[in-house]
Design a protein around this ligand. Structure first.
Ligand SMILES: Cc1ncc(COP(=O)(O)O)c(C=O)c1O
Length: 449
């Protein structure tokens, strides 16, 4: 990205926006400046084309700028925009769909972001139990608010203690959050015993995807369900990533374990900004959207007709299962191919994933917790991704981050990616250290460069 135009654009952005980006984690090296997206492809300002596996951190399950989703949004735009009181047909239909598909959902409320949804889950759990402490797991991310923004990618020396994600967080909020290792039921049982009668809720990503893909051990989710029930603790599955990506009802439908509350976001609307909290009626009815409810729930943009239209159109695309069958098949093809490449290379690497999600860790597997990932060779992982970027394959050039396959990817995309991966592994073995200069799989006109 040393092209003068990119540099000039970034310089312009940095003059008015700290760091030039609108989310901390968007700051990557090399820094892309995008102009267009369509299906499985993204294009930078120079018209270079990339096969996109970043998928905007996961929402683009159907592919970018999906025509039918966008058509529904356009049609809605011509009819209605934000009104701000009462309700609309779209909001009702979307809540009905969530209740229909998500096993834990007897009722649903709409908000705009995953962070809002998890914040509401924490507040509701505290209100319903009258308790103050909360349990989360090392490696899980649930958004930017003080209650849970801690201990995601934690340096080795801070494991086992609080690792707040930001300056300025309220100490009391941090101290009331108990952070435990994932996949360790004994640790949860002990923490619940030590804090008997004090823990309001336990929240987890049923598959911690914010550190790639760490699958729950058999019986782990069932064990959490049992322990939380015994201790009167409200169990929230944060399915902001897994919800609708791993099947239309979320990972709870795959695992057969039903939490009390569920948070949804990202791929429920293929990239439009909408999220939801849903769960047991008795809990959801505590929200002050209902007369007599005492848990405040608000948002100027909640249930915006455009976002509801996008979510309804996305769900309509997913309901017959074809998209999931396609992306799971491609995910399998990708992981199988990558495993063969790793085996041929002799490099210590471990291919992980579930369904449409995949990534290659640079360590010896298996991986059951964040602590196992402390052995990851982050430098090599980033280098690998930068080499792929050079070949027009866009995975986030950061360590531990997952990649996503969407409905617009094809077998040809996967095979092209595997061939680039083979080449990248070869370069890693031979220690190529030339700086990364970007090339792409083609240009906007479709001509390979
Ligand atoms: C599992 C999970 N929960 C919550 C969030 C927060 O969602 P948002 O960024 O929409 O606030 C994220 C974001 O990446 C997430 O991955």
């Amino acid at each position: 990205m040393n092209h003068p135009t990119s540099a000039a654009i970034l310089e312009r952005a940095r003059r008015v926006t700290p760091g030039g980006v609108n989310t901390s984690i968007r700051r990557v090296e090399p820094m892309p400046v995008w102009s267009r997206a369509a299906g499985s492809r993204v294009y930078d300002v120079h018209g270079r084309e990339y096969i996109d596996y970043h998928a905007a951190f996961g929402p683009a399950i159907l592919g970018h700028c999906h025509q039918r989703v966008n058509r529904c949004v356009r049609e809605t735009l011509d009819e209605i925009d934000l009104l701000g009181v009462g309700t609309t047909e779209g909001e009702i239909r979307l809540a009905e769909k969530i209740v229909q598909h998500v096993p834990s959902a007897e009722m649903a409320l709409l908000c705009n972001t995953g962070s809002e949804a998890t914040h509401h889950a924490v507040r509701l759990s505290r209100a319903a139990t009258g308790r103050r402490k909360f349990i989360k797991f090392q490696g899980c991310y649930h958004g930017w608010h003080d209650y849970l923004c801690m201990n995601v990618i934690t340096p080795r020396h801070k494991i086992g203690s609080h690792d707040p994600g930001s300056a300025g967080m309220l100490r009391e909020a941090v101290e009331n959050t108990i952070v435990l290792p994932f996949n360790d039921l004994d640790a949860v049982a002990q923490a619940l015993d030590r804090n008997r009668g004090q823990v309001a809720g336990l929240i987890l990503e049923p598959i911690p995807h914010n550190i790639g893909c760490v699958l729950p051990r058999p019986g782990y989710l069932e064990g959490l369900r049992e322990l939380t029930r015994q201790h009167g603790v409200i169990l929230t599955f944060d399915e902001v990533i897994t919800g609708f990506r791993h099947t239309i009802g979320g990972y709870q439908r795959v695992s057969g374990v039903t939490p009390d509350l569920t948070t949804l976001g990202k791929s429920i609307a293929n990239g439009y900004p909408i999220a939801a909290i849903c769960g047991r009626r008795e809990l959801m009815e505590r929200f002050a959207t209902r007369e007599g409810g005492d848990v405040f729930f608000a948002g100027t943009y909640n249930g915006h007709p455009i976002n509801c239209a996008a979510a309804l159109a996305t769900i309509a695309e997913l309901e017959d299962g074809r998209v999931h069958r396609h992306i799971f098949r491609l995910g399998k093809r990708m992981r199988r191919g990558l495993r063969e490449i790793v085996a041929r290379s002799g490099i210590k690497a471990h291919v992980a994933g579930f369904g449409s999600v995949f990534l290659t860790y640079f360590l010896e597997g298996p991986v059951h917790s964040y602590e196992d990932l402390l052995n990851n060779d982050d430098r090599q992982q980033v280098r690998y991704r930068q080499l792929l970027l050079k070949e027009g394959i866009f995975k986030l050039p950061m360590s531990l981050k997952r990649s996503h396959i969407g409905g617009a990817h094809t077998e040809e995309d996967i095979d092209r990616t595997l061939s680039a991966a083979e080449d990248a592994f070869r370069r890693l073995v031979h220690g190529e250290s030339r700086p990364v200069a970007l090339q792409s799989v083609g240009t906007e006109s479709g001509e390979p460069k």
